[in-house]
Design a protein around this ligand. Structure first.
Ligand code: PEP
Ligand code: MG
Length: 894
């Protein structure tokens, strides 16, 4: 029974945790009878042991030896055998794909003797010596940590001595000389000769792949993609096949559907007489896969058949790496492929049409984050057309979206400028894994070389970042920090350019953007049954229709104006979960609030409140009208009063200046005194929320009266207002009891005045740990709970929500304290535990209690799944997140 090593014939696609994605899928293809070069996989279990203990687990060496011996028997050749060597590749392959982030070593088994055997067997001395120098170079760089530049310089020297510029002009003798130079570099840099024992080469390569799990770029990539840090990688040892044995050989990448658009067809790139790394690195320009039909019809037909088999088997888009060795096709890798957001929706929809998957499965193939991407604005086609004069050129539409920013030509500048708030477009000839940080910092990426499967394209698609690649007609001159368009226009570093990842076009200057058709569909501007709706809109419509029926959670919106409420409703909101009334106290009304705060007598206070009442009433009337028939949770005033007064420094200066000039400044002085009186060291923990309601007489009463009068007006107008009155920052049931009693009195009073019944629920926010822990008591009085997870996160962690993200969160994220800010995605273990306790204990007291959430987490995909699981009734989020929350609520329930 294997512990640490599995032959390709022993695994299957469901063992990704153990065999990594690549290993599991190689096993699956082997078992499907597809042509996979034989090999075996060293498991992630072995890697985790190595990473934990710094040593290989006992028994691993023996298992590797046993499997290698079996491989040698099967191939009829020994690793590094002098007259006819078996060569192997040693490749990383983790649970989640991390393109180009970890190490690979090819051609293991070559040394001074076996290179002769390879030359004889391959009938090609140049190829053999080229393969050998590649091994020394790759091994030196990745296993022995030698600066890759040293090898590159040696190549340049040999070329210069010979007076040529292209690798293709080097012959067997030149590569042989290069091997000597490379070996000298290894000796010089490590103090030891290059290891010629093939088994020793393999041992060291395996260890290097394990180590590469913790390479800085891999760590950064995992953080960005939220991949757990403790999974480890598997290692695949695979017999080598060669795509660089002549023009009847080659290597390529294929997709069963277009990963950029989702359209069905033949997509991919092929490169004759090349090894796999050459394609992915985008170093040489490839030809479209369809050209393979002319180059090698037999292999092409076989590949098409295999692609069909794989798609039917995986029931999804597959991406494939293959090599043709002298007319024989070999499959080197497959996996369910990364795709853009639009492709994800289209493919899910197509597969349902083709009867390959159910709608239940289809909604698991798309995510809220992808939907959010489809809602980003895009370039105005008309403006882009008008702007042909400013069109610099076109490349491949590698990852869609509209990106505008200043052109920068290296990652360091991209990072530096973006930190100072600039939007930048990273322009490179091609990218490599060291550019990852710069790509993250940039709005978009432009390259002049490489196809849709180049590093830049794959990584950008994974990140949902706009990318135009392979814009060959544009000369990207990183040395001089500028690019030159075919028309001669020059863009210097810092000039603004716009790149369109949907069309592949590049423009000088800023191209205006317009709403995406998906937003126009949500806004009811596009009828999904009309001609105006394209297949993407139809796919979104179909899946949204399905999730709306499947989900248990209701989705409401956070909105404070009739316009926002109306938009939210169009986006599918089923009510308002949070109307923040403080937003109604700003602008011109600030003065009225100032009067309230400055009032010396009860009469003055009442007067100020009296003046605010009609304004509030008309606000509520508009919102209740927009949401007629649906619940509208109105939260009474929350922030500390000083927020409505002028800034203390400005005011002090004004008073001091007036005093010095002997001018009258009585009012300013009064305000300044009030600012001082209300000043708090820690206002977020001070006089705010329910505390204001208890301390400032008449304030909450006025607000409840305004709600009640607006509702009475609506009823008289024939509407069906459903306000819910919500009290913020409650810590104990006693606070709530006092406010609630007063609220019920006002509702009764206004109801009697208007001859209508105003029976509206009064509930509370749960945003303090004490409220969550005493939820059973609070539920005696509260008719509903709404979790204010912004404040709850702030108070549970003791993190100031206004400060920490800008101060030390980047350090926390870097050190891996958490993978994502708890203000962005709910901290399930801490804050979530309190939510669970409060939900359970609240319902124990009041079984039919309505529970919702109105913090930012209401629109966060992962958090929505948690709220579904703990049994809340609804989530509430900003209007634009409503479709995302609907989709995720449906996915959680499906
Ligand atoms: C909250 O605290 O989660 C909340 C919704 O209220 P606010 O953000 O207005 O404090
Ligand atoms: Mg709050």
């Amino acid at each position: 029974m294997a512990t640490y090593v599995y032959k390709f014939t022993e695994g299957n696609k469901d063992q990704k945790d153990l065999l990594g994605g690549k290993g599991a899928n190689l096993a699956e293809m082997t078992n499907l009878g597809l042509p996979v070069p034989p090999g075996f996989t060293i498991t992630t279990r072995a890697c985790r042991h190595y990473l934990d203990h710094g040593t290989m687990p006992d028994g691993l060496d023996a298992e590797i030896e046993e499997n290698l011996a079996a491989l040698e028997r099967e191939m009829g050749r020994e690793l590094g055998q002098h007259d006819d060597p078996l060569l192997v590749s040693v490749r990383s392959g983790a649970r989640f794909s991390m393109p180009g982030m970890m190490e690979t070593v090819l051609n293991i088994g070559l040394n001074d003797e076996s290179v002769q055997g390879l030359a004889r067997q391959g009938g090609d001395e140049r190829f053999a010596w080229d393969s050998y120098r590649r091994l020394v170079q790759m091994f030196g760089k990745t296993v022995q940590d030698i600066d890759g530049e040293l090898f590159e310089e040696a190549i340049e020297q040999v070329k210069a001595e010979k007076g040529v510029t292209d690798d293709l002009d080097l012959d067997a003798g030149d590569f042989r000389a290069l091997v000597d130079r490379f070996k000298a570099i290894v000796q010089q840099e490590t103090g030891s000769p290059f290891p010629t024992d093939p088994r020793e080469q393999m041992r060291q390569a395996v260890r290097a792949v394990f180590d590469s799990w913790n390479a800085p770029r891999a760590v950064l990539y995992r953080r960005q993609e939220r991949i757990p840090t403790d999974l480890g990688t598997a290692v695949n040892v695979c017999s080598m096949v060669f795509g660089n044995l002549g023009m009847d050989s080659g290597t390529g990448v294929a997709f069963t559907r277009d990963p950029a658009t989702g359209q069905q067809g033949v997509y991919g790139d092929y490169l004759q007489n090349a090894q796999g790394e050459d394609v992915v690195a985008g170093i040489r320009n490839t030809v479209p896969l369809t050209d393979l039909a002319d180059i090698d019809a037999r292999s092409y037909d076989e590949l098409m058949g295999i692609m069909e088999t794989l798609e039917n088997h995986y029931r999804d888009l597959c991406d494939i790496e293959f090599t043709i060795e002298r007319g024989k096709l070999w499959m080197l890798q497959t996996r369910v492929g990364k795709r853009t957001a639009a492709a994800a929706f289209r493919i899910a929809d197509q597969l349902v049409d083709q009867g390959m998957i159910t709608l239940d499965e289809a909604v698991q193939r798309v995510t809220g984050d992808q939907l959010a991407q489809l809602m980003f604005p895009r370039f105005d086609e008309k403006a882009a057309a008008r702007d042909q004069a400013h069109r610099l050129g076109r490349g491949m539409n590698a990852s869609p979206g509209a990106a505008v920013g200043k052109a920068v030509f290296d990652s360091y500048t991209a990072i530096k400028w973006s930190r100072s708030g600039e939007k930048v477009i990273l322009c490179r000839r091609e990218t490599n894994p060291d550019d990852l940080e710069g790509m993250i910092a940039a709005e978009g990426i432009l390259t002049s070389r490489g196809g849709k499967t180049s590093h830049a394209a794959v990584v950008a698609r994974g990140m949902g970042k706009t990318c135009v690649c392979g814009a060959e007609e544009i000369d990207i001159d990183t040395k001089n920090r500028r690019l030159v368009a075919p028309g001669g226009e020059t863009v210097e570093e810092g000039d603004v350019i716009s790149i369109d990842g949907t069309s592949g076009e590049v423009f000088l200057g800023e191209v205006p953007v317009v709403d995406s058709p998906v937003v126009r569909y949500f806004e009811n501007e596009i009828d999904p049954a009309s001609d105006e709706a394209d297949d993407l809109v139809r796919a979104v419509h179909r899946l949204m229709h399905y999730v709306d029926a499947a989900r248990r959670l209701y989705v409401r919106a956070n909105a404070d104006t009739p316009e926002d409420a109306a938009r939210a409703r169009r986006m599918g909101a089923q009510g308002i979960g949070l109307c923040r009334t403080e937003h109604m106290f700003l602008g011109d009304r600030r003065q009225l609030v100032e009067r309230l705060i400055l009032a010396d007598t009860r009469d003055e206070q009442d007067e100020a409140l009296e003046a605010l009442l009609p304004l509030q009433r008309s606000d509520f009337n508009g919102i209740l009208a927009s949401m007629d028939g649906l619940p509208v949770t109105v939260r009474l005033l929350d922030p500390p009063l000083h927020e409505f007064l002028p800034d203390i420094t400005e005011l002090s200066v004004r008073v001091a200046v007036a005093e010095a000039r002997g001018e009258s400044h009585e009012n300013d002085l009064r305000v300044l005194q009030a600012v001082h009186r209300l000043h708090e060291q820690n206002p977020m923990l001070g006089l705010r929320g329910v505390r204001l309601g208890l301390v400032v007489p008449g304030l909450f009463t006025m607000q409840v009266r305004a709600i009640a009068q607006a509702a009475a007006d609506r009823i008289r107008e024939g509407g069906r207002p459903r306000p819910e009155i919500m009290i913020p920052l409650v810590g104990t049931v006693q606070e709530l009891e006092i406010i609630r009693e007063e609220a019920l009195r006002v509702l009764r009073e206004v109801g009697e005045e208007n001859g209508v019944e105003l029976d509206f629920p009064v509930g509370t926010m749960i945003e303090l740990p004490r409220a969550a822990l005493t939820a059973g008591q609070i539920a005696e009085t509260a008719e509903f709970f709404s979790f204010g997870t912004n404040d709850l996160t702030q108070t549970v962690w003791g993190f100031s929500r206004d400060d920490v993200e800008a101060s030390f969160f980047s350090a926390y994220l870097e050190k891996g304290v958490f993978g994502v800010s708890p203000f962005e995605s709910l901290d399930v273990d801490g804050v979530g535990r309190l939510v669970r306790i409060a939900a359970e204990e609240g319902r124990a007291t009041r079984p039919d209690m309505k529970l919702g959430v109105c913090g930012e987490h209401g629109g966060d995909p992962a958090s929505v799944h948690f709220f579904h699981e703990v049994g809340l009734d609804y989530v509430s989020c900003s209007p634009f997140r409503v479709p995302v929350a609907r989709l995720e609520a449906g996915r959680a329930a499906a």
